[in-house]
Design a protein around this ligand. Sequence first.
Ligand code: ADP
Ligand code: ZN
Length: 218
Amino acid sequence: MNIILLGPPGAGKGTQARVLCEKYSLVQLSTGDMLREAKKADSEIGKRAAAIMAKGELVTDDVVIGLIEDKIAEGGNVEGFIFDGFPRTLGQADALEELLMKTGQNLDHVIELFVDDNKLIERITGRFTCSSCGELYHKATKPPKEKGLCDICGAAGSFKFRQDDNEDSLKTRLLAYYRDTSPLIGFYHAKKILRKIDGLGSIDEIQKNIKNVIGKFN
Ligand code: ADP
Ligand code: ZN
């Protein structure tokens, strides 16, 4: 089963992807995470992407398609993928279809998480991650149980905020979403694989709604 999570920055794609992966034994492919890793490793791609990401603009299609192509190729024996933050343009959507076709796979569900813009700002400006295990937190809605300690891996003082999680960059990211990515909603609707989910509510509620909709269409 292959799933795309579609939605503006802060809609909860990463959070839901992590839970779904476990439940359905899928592999999460987040181009945002891959680009941040490339930046950390100071690779050629990372260096080129860093400035674009900080501003909140989109990295070019060929770069992200290349990253995804490598991951699908090395996929091995997985049950499928959850694409998180990819595709973000119609060009990327076409490329993904081709890549999957080459390996005899289909797209099964495109889950659109919709959330009001004001709520997105709140979510984005309060979120942070454990740099040891990648667990996602939010200062208001999902703080660690013990201050400074990761619930999952126990690491101390390992929390980090994203450089692009500020209001300026978020404005650009939202614009990019509505201009370049939202046309994918119509694209997948026409293919009858678009599932709309209200992205407001608790993590568990949204998770339940996603599972229900997957069950209904499988
Ligand atoms: P968010 O969805 O919260 O904006 P991501 O982690 O998915 O965050 O992406 C962070 C940044 O990485 C984007 O603003 C963009 O610059 C770049 N990026 C990630 N995925 C893509 C993609 N598929 N196409 C182009 N740029 C991307
Ligand atoms: Zn951790």
